[in-house]
Design a protein around this ligand. Sequence first.
Ligand SMILES: NC(=O)c1ccc[n+]([C@@H]2O[C@H](COP(=O)([O-])OP(=O)(O)OC[C@H]3O[C@@H](n4cnc5c(N)ncnc54)[C@H](O)[C@@H]3O)[C@@H](O)[C@H]2O)c1
Length: 262
Amino acid sequence: MIQEIPVQLSGAVILITGAARGIGLALAQRFAIEQPAGLVLSDLAGAALSQAAASCGGVPIPADVSSESDIQFLIGQTVDRFGRLDLICSNAGILVSGGVEVPDPEWDRIWRVNLMSHVYIARAYLPELRRQGHGYLLLTVSAAGLLTAPGAAPYAVTKHAALSLAEWLAVTHAAEGLRVSALCPEFVRTQMVLDVEGPYRDWMVNAAIPPEAVAETVVNGLAAEDFLILPHPEVAEYFRRKAADYPRWLQGMRRLLDKVRT
Ligand SMILES: NC(=O)c1ccc[n+]([C@@H]2O[C@H](COP(=O)([O-])OP(=O)(O)OC[C@H]3O[C@@H](n4cnc5c(N)ncnc54)[C@H](O)[C@@H]3O)[C@@H](O)[C@H]2O)c1
């Protein structure tokens, strides 16, 4: 039975991947203010995860999101502990820079982390969703999934795939009570951006907003059940222009890249 329960972070059981730092940690710390019934922070094993969980009263459960068995364990542990799972923020992601010359093992690695992680999470969550009658999936995608990613073909391609999956899940499983949002920020001041090397780094770092601002937009976006959650509202206009006139958009992107490179 479908239950039209509004997304109340207060009293919800929430799981966040990639939560040891950056956007995932900012989400966890912001959600903690709403007093959820359960807050699980997951990331690769390490001290950073325990520290992150301690900073917001969450439960740390290590998992590699590119491993389906880790995801099954993570979701199983969360449900065993709290009895249900209201919101999963499938947030972990990596950046691989370069073009088509990037070696296959790197394409495979980013494909598994940036796309298959969401597939594994949805696959493990759907039986739970049917049992509960409701559920919410927030996929951290990127503006790169709507537009493109200068200097990073593997990132742009995998984020387009993640957005496509979010759309598909939102269409296909709505009748079972699944709600889906795709978080699509432009640059955010996290280690991912600070670690970038090469001609685009300064442009990205200078344009980046703090992860706490992203978390605030997410809280509002979840309350409104927006499919696209856009911490940089101008991305909606860029997306409209792309759809309205592809050749003109491509020309504009070429000009932008020339400008940034020089
Ligand atoms: N920073 C940006 O400008 C930006 C913009 C748009 C979208 N995003 C997306 O936001 C999400 C979070 O990125 P961030 O900026 O906070 O980066 P970050 O590098 O600071 O944090 C990413 C976290 O994910 C974890 N992680 C990486 N691989 C993992 C794996 N296989 N299993 C489990 N955890 C793993 C890392 O350990 C890290 O804690 C990513 O999906 C990223 O693509 C970031």
